[in-house]
Write a protein of this length. Structure first.
Length: 153
């Protein structure tokens, strides 16, 4: 039994036309299966949980950037603006482009920030950004793995 490419109905292997919709099986050989773009692939229902996880990571970056901006304005530390910009840019690329590279950079930057904060103040701070970075990296790698599996079909 073979499946009709038009309606999905099962037909005999030697059938030249689908018994349900009339689709010709002669066209089946000449038409290569369409491979979705990565954006179309991400929009598929089975990929929505990973897309939401990456969006959540990006939104967390926005929140951390806002908190850093407030702290920067209150303390007058102008170098804090650089931290805000970095978090916003990484968050945007993770949220909108589902970038695995930016997720990795976010994690590295977050770990670096925590270590520098620990050295400077002796207190553990900024660890929530590390958690967001881990979440982004795991989600981005899962999405990339699913994309590679899809391309291999």
């Amino acid at each position: 039994m073979k499946s009709c490419p038009q309606c999905g109905a099962l037909c005999e292997d030697d059938a030249k036309f689908c018994t349900t919709c009339g689709q010709s099986f002669a066209d089946e050989v000449s038409q290569a299966p369409r491979v979705a773009t990565k954006a179309e692939f991400i929009a598929l229902p089975e990929n929505q949980p990973l897309k939401k996880q990456l969006s959540t990571s990006g939104i967390l970056c926005y929140i951390f950037a806002a908190v850093n901006l407030i702290v920067t304005l209150v303390t007058g530390n102008t170098l804090g603006i650089l931290d805000v910009v970095i978090l916003l840019v990484l968050g945007l690329f993770i949220h909108l482009k589902h970038s695995r590279t930016c997720a990795i950079i976010l994690l590295i930057y977050a770990v670096f920030s925590v270590v520098m904060n620990l050295i400077a103040t002796g207190k553990l701070g900024g660890y929530l950004i590390v958690i967001a970075g881990i979440y982004a990296v795991v989600s981005a790698f899962k999405l990339d793995k699913a994309w590679k599996e899809y391309q291999g079909k």
